[in-house]
Design a protein around this ligand. Structure first.
Ligand SMILES: Cc1ncc(COP(=O)(O)O)c(C=O)c1O
Ligand SMILES: [Zn+2]
Length: 427
């Protein structure tokens, strides 16, 4: 398989496998690979353009199937060198696709219901996938400090990946996140800074820092490395299809914070179709938000193309981005595929976390409560067809958001004898 070597915007020579250039999502303007994220012509977001022309479908399929049980099995489709699996990386991915028959019965789904359970990643969220890409880009561009603005999970993923890769990390979060997220982000020994404000304030601060000498030479995974970082979410699409026997599911329910993950899952599905790895068939993409931070859902329901920012107020803090960068692209995808964007209340999020745990033995974080809750609502609304297959994403681990289910605890406290056990009505 041909590996391309391309000159970066910083004039160094980088090897990022099949990645050929950066291309503007708005005007198509192309620039060489480099640590840049906005188009010099129109300020539109840049994304990776590939050269997959040398690939033979069946050879590629065989190579993927023989690859490691992590995201690097898809290295030929990612902006990483072919020998990426040999580098110190946290190697996320190849998480379980759980056939959720018990939940299907409760929700009345007959066409096959699956939970893609990304709580099984090294730092217990899907963010390990995107950070793993950013680390490789940082290595290629010569950065030794990694940074990010985060709603919590990303901070932990960056801390862990930086520790393993031998980089410094300094990450920024809203100061009032859940204890589980704070500890998970701090434990890896990097610097963790709480900002007095919400995620959108944190993000604004990072944009300032990036233009200041204090942030010079830093790789911000979701700012100047964003085009590379974002590609990590494609691996969710690849894995789901491969785990279904190289088939695209009929319907996918995906959480939205910035909207990056949802747009890249769609990109991944389109690539698999173009490469001939899956049959070209229709699929519907559904976006899921919490009512207390539902800018994309509101825009969808009101028929708008632009997303009006909100001030978040929800227990689903990992999804609490009031001004989502990829919001308009999410709207396009939901409409193009015949999907929708929906939201649920915090109470419905908690009910859905408990429903998933009770039926399938999966303890999701609030983001998983959002997707399961939205799936239930969309089935009730008739927008999801229960006779067709559905894949619901659980992108994080419930142990990080224990407060959301506070009050869930002991059935009884008894003395250590049978009499006490009987008295408690448990016999
Ligand atoms: C657990 C979890 N799920 C989903 C998302 C959504 O990610 P995106 O910003 O790509 O929409 C996040 C983002 O922080 C997250 O932490
Ligand atoms: Zn442009």
């Amino acid at each position: 398989m041909a590996v391309q070597t391309v000159a970066s915007a910083t004039d160094s020579t980088v090897d990022l496998g099949p990645a050929a250039a950066l291309s503007c999502r708005e005007c198509g303007h192309r620039v060489p690979l480099g640590p840049v994220f906005a188009c010099e012509e129109c300020f539109g977001p840049l994304e990776i353009a590939y050269d997959f022309s040398a690939y033979d479908t069946e050879e590629l399929r065989k190579q993927i199937e023989a690859g490691p049980a992590n995201i690097w099995r898809y290295a030929p489709l990612l902006p990483v060198p072919a020998d990426v699996a040999t580098k110190p990386n946290i190697n996320p991915g190849w998480t379980k696709l759980v056939r959720a028959d018990n939940l299907a019965r409760e929700l009345g789904v007959t066409g096959g219901l699956y939970v893609k359970d990304d709580s099984g990643n090294p730092t217990h969220s899907f963010k390990d996938r995107v950070v793993a890409q950013a680390v490789e880009a940082a290595r290629a561009f010569g950065y030794t400090t990694l940074s990010c603005s985060s709603t919590g999970n990303l901070a932990g993923a960056v801390g862990a990946a930086a520790a393993r890769a031998g980089f410094r990390s300094c990450v920024f979060i809203p100061h009032d996140l859940e204890q589980g997220k704070i500890v998970m982000a701090a434990i890896y020994g990097g610097e963790l800074v709480g900002i007095e404000g919400n995620y959108d304030d944190v993000n604004r601060f990072c944009s300032e820092l990036i233009g200041d000498p204090a942030g010079e030479g830093w790789g911000f995974v979701n700012v100047n490395l964003r085009p590379y970082y974002a590609e990590g979410s494609k691996t969710l699409a690849y894995e789901i299809c491969e785990q279904l026997g190289w088939r695209i599911p009929d319907q996918l329910v995906i959480p939205i914070a910035s909207g990056s993950q949802l747009t890249k899952i769609d990109k991944g599905l389109q690539e698999l179709i173009k490469l001939g790895l899956v049959e070209d068939k229709p699929y519907k993409i559904f976006g899921a938000q919490a009512e207390g931070c539902s800018p994309v859902s509101v825009a969808y329901k009101e028929g708008h193309d632009v997303v009006r920012p909100q001030k978040p107020n929800t227990i689903a803090k990992s999804l609490a981005i009031g001004n989502p960068a990829d919001g308009p692209y999410v709207l396009d995808i939901a409409r193009r595929t015949g999907g929708a964007v929906e939201d649920v209340t915090d109470e419905q999020v908690v009910d859905a976390i408990k429903l998933l745990a009770r039926t399938e033995g999966i303890f999701a974080e609030t983001a998983g409560g959002v997707t399961v809750g939205v799936t239930k609502k969309l089935i009730e609304n008739g927008l999801i067809d229960p006779a067709k297959s559905v894949v619901v994403l659980n992108t994080g681990d419930g142990l990080k958001t224990l407060d959301a289910v506070a009050g869930t605890g002991l059935t009884a406290t008894i003395r250590p004898n049978l009499e006490s056990f009987r008295e408690a009505g448990l016999a």
